[in-house]
Design a protein around this ligand. Structure first.
Ligand SMILES: CC(C)(COP(=O)(O)OP(=O)(O)OC[C@H]1O[C@@H](n2cnc3c(N)ncnc32)[C@H](O)[C@@H]1OP(=O)(O)O)[C@@H](O)C(=O)NCCC(=O)NCCS
Length: 157
């Protein structure tokens, strides 16, 4: 059973604009026994998949283009996550280049009963806009974000 969901923004829940183009995504997963490794904690492969999923949604929301994952760096697992805990992964668009979008993620584990939260993982993921042939394609100015002249990076948050 997968219990992940993308939480709506405040604007959406209050009937405001639902374009969700700020790249801020919060992916929430209740950690269940099927996510657990032989140490009794969240399997790293599952955690990485959740981060990739959050990065994909955040980047696609930010630029509204067809994207593929190109790479990741600085992926860190800093605290084990236990079954029954909540994992919440939050995103921030770090950079938009000529064809690429870079997303920073941080995941917090939460003991639901005690109400305690702690950082558990983080990472940086780069996605590339592609055309119908899967080749890198300029993101252009169809988004709320515009790459600066020469395709250099634009920090947006
Ligand atoms: C991602 C992919 C389209 C890039 O193609 P490429 O010809 O190597 O791309 P380029 O060298 O022209 O670089 C294009 C952009 O991607 C960025 N990029 C490419 N590889 C990267 C990497 N490993 N990490 C970070 N950025 C990367 C470049 O910096 C450049 O950014 P910019 O245009 O904003 O300046 C290609 O490698 C690919 O198809 N990979 C497989 C993707 C995939 O299957 N993902 C998993 C499933 S979604």
């Amino acid at each position: 059973m997968t219990a992940s969901l993308l939480t709506p923004t405040v604007a959406e829940t209050e009937g405001g604009p639902d374009r969700g183009t700020d790249g801020a995504v919060s992916l929430v997963e209740l950690i269940l026994p099927e996510h657990i490794n032989h140490h009794g904690t969240l399997f790293g492969g599952r955690a990485a998949e959740l981060m990739v999923r959050a990065a994909f949604v955040a980047a696609t929301r930010a630029v509204r283009r067809s994207l593929v994952i190109a790479g990741s760096r600085d992926v860190r697992f800093t605290s084990p996550v236990h079954p029954g805990e909540l994992l919440e992964i939050s995103s921030c668009i770090r950079r938009i280049g000529r064809t690429s979008v870079t997303v920073d993620l941080v995941g917090h584990a939460e003991d639901l009963v005690a109400g305690r939260r702690r950082p558990a993982m983080s990472g940086r993921f780069t996605l590339v806009a592609v055309d119908d042939q899967g080749r890198p394609a300029p993101i252009g100015s169809t988004t709320g974000y515009a790459p600066s002249a020469g395709g250099s990076s634009v920090p947006v948050q």
